[in-house]
Design a binder for this molecule. Structure first.
Ligand code: ZN
Length: 175
């Protein structure tokens, strides 16, 4: 991590390394999560994407929202990226990792992140209806829980929110 730049290994679905580039900020990682959100929208899923990054800057896993296509109410982007990341690292706990999500996570997903020992959550748009990192409730700062997770909200907020707004606007038109 010289000069504040992080080297990132890209991985495809099979965990194969696709190359390395240098990046420098939360915004850059959030753009990968946004790419995933676009993939969700293309599959008519609510456009939410997530990526998991290691403390060394490695991109460990990426996933998008898929509850409809997987017929699974728990198939939120954050849950899927935790599952992929844990499998890839061969560890059910992911200490030191950073999870980027385009939308403030729900209670289920914040709960899963606490179980996984994620160190830092970075999210884009705030979710006033079900956000569990401060908007409706803040499960990241419950003193009685045995894990404390740091949170940064509002990264690439406009781009993340616009994707959701456009999606719901186009859905309303087609109904
Ligand atoms: Zn969720």
């Amino acid at each position: 991590m010289s000069g504040g730049l992080w080297a990132i290994a890209f991985a495809n679905e099979g965990g194969q390394a696709l190359g390395r580039i240098r990046l420098e900020s939360h915004d850059t990682y959030m753009r990968f999560a946004l790419e995933e959100a676009v993939r969700a929208a293309e599959r008519l899923e609510v456009p939410v994407g997530a990526v998991l990054v290691g403390s060394d800057g490695d991109l460990i896993a990426r996933a998008h929202n898929a509850p409809i296509s997987q017929c699974d109410p728990t198939a939120h982007a954050e849950i899927l990226v935790l599952r992929k990341g844990a499998l890839r690292l061969g560890n059910y706990r992911l200490p030191g990792t950073i999870l980027y999500a385009t939308l403030e996570p729900c209670a289920m997903c914040v709960g899963a992140m606490l179980h996984a020992r994620v160190q830092l959550l970075v999210f884009g748009a705030y979710d006033p209806k079900s956000g569990a990192a401060g908007s409706v409730v803040d499960l990241t700062k419950v003193p009685s829980f045995n894990h404390y997770m740091q949170v940064v909200g509002g990264v690439e907020e406009q781009a993340c929110a616009r994707l959701l707004e456009d999606f719901f606007r186009s859905r309303r038109k087609t109904v």
